[in-house]
Design a protein around this ligand. Structure first.
Ligand SMILES: Cc1ncc(COP(=O)(O)O)c(C=O)c1O
Length: 307
């Protein structure tokens, strides 16, 4: 038994050392290069592709062989993202600190969003990171180091913007289906039928419809209220939808359309007006920022932030 444990440990350590050596070698060879290839060479892609197996083996390959296989195909991944100056697609590159943190994340493999203060510091780290993000985006007072900004109390890290839309729409549905704060279950048990919920948006990202389906609202109830088929709101259409009886509304503001980066609002005044309309009609205001707020916070487009 002990021998088996020792072997597993020594295999794991040997594998980690090999990965570490590859990391050092790769990063050193890229150091100082300002023109990293964005994509692997065709021959690297071809070789790696040929070594992939689609057949489930009869027995496990073992740590050493698996490490060798993983290292042999790693050349065919996208090496451009090794640089923190890589802005490809949506994910971008990684900073040195984030790369190091990533190693620790896989070592400890924690679950966030579960508050177990006597078991782990995970939730505190998430809270701290989120507090600093609100400061980075100019949403909180830098001097407020208590993390208790009244406007941004409820916050969570998600796996991406689709997951954010799902959580946003579920929170919104909970709010609009029951203004007395008893929740959806309570609303569903009432003798009167639950009011229909709709999402009013302009050029919503496709994930908004997915999120509407998951939240039980239904993709058919995502309604475009854009002016001239663009991304700006048609306020007459929006107000008419908000005022329709038998409905409760969620207004979703597209902040950074995925292909053009366009915004549905163009000024702080416009955003405040939407907030006012939502308050008047007891609607929920949801902002789908996708990945754009991160970009805006670090680049020259900061003047766009008020929108
Ligand atoms: C505005 C917006 N919302 C949602 C998403 C979905 O994001 P993710 O791929 O992180 O789930 C995107 C992705 O590009 C987006 O641009």
């Amino acid at each position: 038994m002990h021998d088996a444990v020792d072997k597993t440990l020594s295999d794991t350590l040997r594998g980690l050392v090999r990965v570490h050596e590859r990391t050092v070698q790769t990063l050193s060879s890229h150091a100082g290069q300002h023109d990293l290839p964005v994509l692997p060479r065709p021959i690297e892609l071809q070789e790696a592709r040929h070594s992939l197996s689609t057949l489930l083996p009869q027995a496990g390959s073992g740590t050493e062989e698996t490490t060798t296989h993983l290292l042999s195909i790693s050349q065919a991944f996208n090496a451009g993202s090794l640089s923190s100056h890589y802005y490809g697609f949506v994910t971008g590159g990684v900073t040195p600190a984030a790369r190091i943190a990533d190693g620790l994340v896989t070592l400890y493999d924690q679950n966030v969003a579960v508050h177990l203060p006597n078991d782990t510091i995970t939730t505190d780290v998430e809270e701290q990171a989120l507090a600093m993000l609100t400061q980075l985006f100019g949403l909180a007072d830098h001097a407020d180091n208590t993390n208790d900004s009244p406007d941004w109390k409820l916050r969570i890290l998600t796996t991406g913007a689709t997951a954010s839309n799902v959580l946003g729409l579920i929170s919104a549905r909970e709010y609009v289906t029951n203004s007395q704060n008893h929740g959806l279950l309570h609303a569903a048990k009432q003798p009167d039928p639950v009011e229909k919920v709709k999402v009013l948006t302009t050029m919503g990202h496709s994930s908004l419809k997915k999120a509407a389906n998951i939240a039980g609202i239904g993709a058919n109830n995502v309604i475009d209220v854009a002016a001239h088929g663009g991304i700006s709101f048609d306020l007459t259409k929006l107000t008419a939808e908000l005022a329709k009886p038998g409905h409760r509304s969620i207004v979703s503001v597209s902040c950074g359309e995925v292909n053009t980066g366009a915004f549905a609002t163009h000024s702080e005044a416009e955003m405040r007006n939407l907030r006012l309309l939502c308050d008047q009609h007891r609607a929920w205001l949801h902002v789908d920022g996708g990945t754009v707020p991160c970009t805006l916070s670090i680049c020259a487009y900061i003047p766009l932030m008020p929108g």
